[in-house]
Ligand binder design. Structure first.
Ligand SMILES: NC(=O)c1ccc[n+]([C@@H]2O[C@H](COP(=O)([O-])OP(=O)(O)OC[C@H]3O[C@@H](n4cnc5c(N)ncnc54)[C@H](OP(=O)(O)O)[C@@H]3O)[C@@H](O)[C@H]2O)c1
Length: 361
């Protein structure tokens, strides 16, 4: 039987998503090879100041979790120096297949990902920050990917593992015209506002989102809407719009900056609850919704929808994306579900790694 060439995975980040990703990739290795012809091995797992080189160490790190103590110090910074020991051990990228995977949450990785694409190394990322926050980064990555037919896959930056980016790209590459995308892209705000829509007081809805693991330890991060903002920008850019984060017409949820959650509790919480109550109308549900239109208008803010519409059927924490297109006419294409969470996201990243190894752009 013909042996599949090995794809060496270089993974940046070993946090809530990165750790289960190593597990999933290694546990499903035989099945992936059997069903897709992709044979994957870990070249390295890179953390902020340490690295585990080679498949054995990645596997042992996955097995031992937090108690794994065989990380070695790595070169500081995020230049190609980080990859040099990997190329020394496994070969230069012109002779060796690599996929570079970013499951960090930092802007620092951006230049390295661009260099990798420039060298013909496929890139898979779940990290929204370079795409949405670094001016020109997305456009450079896409151009580098297209020029050399090097895969650049970022499905899990929007909607976790839900097929949001792939649906949008498939619609566009087959010649459909995207008129508008309307989206509830934040699981935490879906959970909080979904609870509020169902009659929970705001403080209880926030506490519920925290208890169920959907809100950040400091829920003000969620209420500030930055995560939703980044996702809307990535959707707009994927549509081909020149949108940067400052171009979005955002209606903030919070009325002012609060130093911490304690400072928000009390008057801040009461003011937001009053605003949400005022926005509430009989027979309607209210969510924090983004939209991006072909004419370049990109918005994020509170929107109300009839309880009898698809919006009234959402479970708290569910995401929804409605794509209005020329071909689909009056009925939008709908992608919905619970896409976030570490395991679901790791499974989406793994699917992207397989497609990148198959050279799917
Ligand atoms: N959690 C979800 O449900 C979800 C859903 C969709 C998308 N995402 C995205 O997936 C990414 C990862 O999320 P997460 O929850 O796993 O984050 P996390 O738990 O905070 O883990 C981040 C990891 O990145 C590493 N890191 C930070 N700076 C680095 C650098 N310069 N070089 C190499 N590694 C570096 C950290 O290293 P140390 O281990 O050394 O601290 C840590 O291992 C984020 O961009 C997030 O937005 C997450």
């Amino acid at each position: 039987m013909k042996t599949a060439p090995t794809t060496h995975v270089i993974q940046l980040g070993y946090g809530k998503v990165g750790a289960p990703l190593v597990h999933l990739a290694i546990e499903n290795r035989a099945r992936i090879e059997r069903e897709t012809g992709v044979h994957m091995q870990y070249a390295a797992v890179v953390r902020s100041s340490s690295v585990a080189l080679g498949d054995d160490l990645a596997l042992r790190a996955a097995d031992r979790g937090a108690s794994f103590d065989e990380w070695t110090q790595r070169a500081p910074g995020m230049t190609l120096d980080v990859l040099d020991p990997i190329f020394d051990r496994f070969g230069l990228p012109d002779a060796t297949r690599y996929v570079l995977v970013d499951v960090t949450a930092t802007a620092e990785t951006g230049p390295l990902l661009l260099e990798a694409l420039g060298m013909g190394i496929p890139v898979v990322t779940a990290n929204k920050i370079p795409l949405a926050e670094t001016p020109g980064w997305f456009e450079q990555a896409r151009a580098a990917s297209q020029q050399a037919s090097t895969p650049f896959r970022y499905e899990c930056t929007v909607g976790g593992s839900l097929p949001v980016i792939s649906t949008l790209v498939d619609l566009m590459t087959t010649g459909d015209t995207i008129q508008r995308i309307v989206a509830l892209p934040s699981s935490s705000l879906s959970c909080i506002l979904g609870g509020f829509n169902r009659g929970l007081p705001l403080d209880a809805a926030i506490a519920d989102a925290m208890r169920r693991g959907f809100a950040e330890p400091n829920p003000l991060t969620d209420l500030a809407g930055r995560d939703a903002l980044r996702k809307i920008v990535i959707l707009a850019k994927t549509m081909g719009l020149p949108t940067s984060i400052g171009d979005v017409d955002q209606e903030p949820l919070l009325d002012q900056d609060y130093p911490d959650f304690d400072a928000f509790q009390g008057n801040g919480m009461a003011r937001l609850a009053a605003r949400l109550t005022a926005a509430r109308q009989p027979g309607m549900v209210t969510y924090y919704v983004g939209s991006t239109s072909a004419d370049g208008t990109v918005t994020l803010g509170l929107r109300s929808f009839a309880q009898a519409s698809v919006w009234g059927t959402l479970e708290p924490s569910e995401n929804i994306f409605l794509f209005s297109t020329s071909r689909f006419g009056d009925l939008p294409v709908v992608v919905r579900g619970i896409g976030g969470g570490p395991i679901l996201t790791a499974s989406g990243v793994l699917a992207d790694i397989i497609k990148a190894a198959q050279r799917q752009i």
